[in-house]
Design a protein around this ligand. Structure first.
Ligand code: KIV
Ligand code: ZN
Length: 393
């Protein structure tokens, strides 16, 4: 895409504090939620789903406090398509400058029959009534047909039409169980935008789970299909395999801006600190190889790669660590590392060896690296000291 071409605004809807928190090991205290909410606001998320008001008194209190204290994003609460849920959600988000109620109701026959035990007609009526009720409290109402990607298309269109007619301003189409493939998910939006009356007056939104590892790919496919809100979580935390990772979507849009006709408000270089803040609050860190924020995301061990990166980082890095707030790349010294990376690290440690001494040190280094999985700074220092004593290095 040409840089001069018109770019639409893409809204980031963060659900770390709601869908993210709903996963094992991710429960957060009120103080932790509040501090994360401030971090998310500084990160530039447009909509912050602070919780599910009816879920517990604690959740209600967190949403209400975030709505009062956090300025910037729209503050949302989730609600089932039930009066009590919607009333509580409305009360929780009331202090917000820009409140949103997010109503959801299953649209797949599987969920209607086995979970809700209601017929399609009843679901349609509930969708309309609940969106209308939510609209009586706030102007900004999001509707999600849960399990949309396993729903009958005609029925899905009918439910979405009713929700729009009742006043929904955002239509979120959840891939609740991470079942969709990118093409299919994009086509689903194309179909809805074409067939549903009033579709041009609402914002369509993606909400992807990662059961097949496709959550980010599906979100990007949705953007290609005209979606202008993406729902996601920090570090991709969420039910089962998680939700689409905010940092991966934001990085992809930044690095491949040529592919997506959108702009967004994410302050990219705050990503790492928010990721770290979340990791310090929940019981696990992102996996080491996690894109963008994992400890290995900017680490290089192979000699060829280290040589390339030391000559020009662009050889093996598609974005700078600083662009996403990571302090720097890391040369990990191990058995795959080359002489140049070892020499570089030794220089950083204050040892500027002559070429022939480097040869000796490198032989000792490779022997050590074969025995140890990682060669740490102290190993290198010991190695040089030992050789200085015994071989006059
Ligand atoms: O995955 C899902 O369907 C959800 C909805 C409640 C939006 O999280
Ligand atoms: Zn979800």
């Amino acid at each position: 895409m040409e840089p001069t071409q018109q770019r639409d605004q893409l809204y980031f809807f963060d659900t770390t504090l709601r869908d993210g928190e709903q996963s094992p090991g991710c429960s957060m205290t009120f103080e932790e939620k509040l501090s994360l909410a401030h971090g998310l606001a500084e990160l530039g998320v447009d909509i912050l789903e602070a919780g599910f008001a009816v879920a517990s008194e604690g959740d209600f209190h967190s949403i209400a406090s975030i709505a009062k204290a956090v300025r910037g994003p729209v503050i949302a609460s989730l609600a089932r398509a039930r009066r009590q849920d919607i009333e509580l959600a409305a009360k929780a988000v009331e202090p917000a400058k820009r409140p949103r109620i997010h109503v959801f109701l299953a649209s797949s026959d599987l969920h209607l029959e086995y979970k809700l035990k209601i017929a399609r007609a009843e679901a349609i009526a509930q969708a309309g009534e609940s969106v209308r009720l939510a609209r009586s409290y706030v102007d900004d109402v999001e509707f999600s047909p849960e399990d949309a990607t396993r729903s009958d298309h005609d029925f899905l269109c009918q439910m979405v039409s009713v929700a729009i007619e009742a006043g929904a301003t955002t239509i979120n189409v959840p891939d609740t169980v991470g079942y969709a493939t990118p093409h299919e998910y994009g086509d689903l939006f194309r179909m809805l935008r074409k067939r549903v009356p009033g579709a041009e007056n609402v914002i369509f939104s993606s909400h992807c789970h990662d059961d097949l590892g496709l959550a980010v790919a599906n979100s990007l496919a949705a953007i290609e299909a005209g979606v202008r809100q993406v729902e996601c979580t920090i570090n991709g935390i969420g039910e089962r395999a998680g939700n689409a990772a905010l940092e991966e979507i934001a990085a992809a849009l930044h690095v491949r801006a040529d592919q997506y006709p959108v702009r967004n408000n994410i302050v990219l270089d705050r990503i790492y600190s928010v990721s770290q803040l979340l990791a310090s609050v929940i019981s696990f860190s992102p996996s080491p190889n996690k894109a963008v924020v994992g400890i290995n995301a900017f680490a290089h061990e192979a000699g060829i790669h280290q040589h390339g990166v030391l000559s020009n980082p662009l050889t093996y890095e598609i974005m700078t660590p600083a662009s996403v707030g990571v302090p720097g790349n890391r040369m990990v010294l191990g058995k795959h590392s080359g002489r140049r990376a070892m020499a570089h690290r030794l220089r950083e440690l204050g040892y500027d060896l002559a070429p022939e001494d480097l040869d000796i040190a490198y032989v000792a280094f490779t022997e050590l690296a074969d025995r140890k999985k990682v060669v740490y700074d102290q190993d290198l220092i010991n190695l040089v000291s030992h050789h200085r004593r015994h071989h006059d290095l």
